[in-house]
Design a protein around this ligand. Sequence first.
Ligand SMILES: Cc1cc2nc3c(=O)[nH]c(=O)nc-3n(C[C@H](O)[C@H](O)[C@H](O)COP(=O)(O)O)c2cc1C
Length: 165
Amino acid sequence: MGEQIKLLKERRSIRSYDSKPIEDEILTQILETARWCMSARNKQPWTFYVIRNKDLIQRIAKECTTGPFASGAPLLIAIVGDKELSPNWYLHDTCFVSLQLALAAWSYGIGTCWIGRINRDNVKNLLNLKESDDLLTVLPLGYPKGKIPKPIPRKSLEEIVKYID
Ligand SMILES: Cc1cc2nc3c(=O)[nH]c(=O)nc-3n(C[C@H](O)[C@H](O)[C@H](O)COP(=O)(O)O)c2cc1C
């Protein structure tokens, strides 16, 4: 399996993080890679808020209903979409960029996990975001603590592919 395919297939959601900080150069490389994500009309309607302040990490983690594990991460990246810049596509674009960022992190051995249920209004307030800002998610980033979780089974190709010849 080629390295790129391995990256795509072997990435796992990581919910437990080592306290080891993420090196600045590596963090920059992850953000730099995310920057190259595709987006509709190349609008790039995103801003990444890198949260390293310990107190703010705890306050945000409290708002992550289905991601309390965020409290154990050395940093959080809030992915914020600009609804004004790309009203029809900001959601697609920020989803894509969140994956690109997660994959870039994984390539450096750094784990993350998408968090779905967040009290978004509260986090928007904590980050002083504008009304027109969409808080897509908060990605906790950190080196995995302990073993990488076993892969969760996927649907078979038979279940998800329909050939129309
Ligand atoms: C849109 C989305 C929302 C998710 N929300 C959560 C969440 O709130 N909490 C959580 O622990 N994992 C969440 N996940 C992670 C999924 O549970 C995980 O990707 C899936 O079970 C497959 O596991 P894997 O990522 O390790 O391959 C979410 C993933 C996506 C794409």
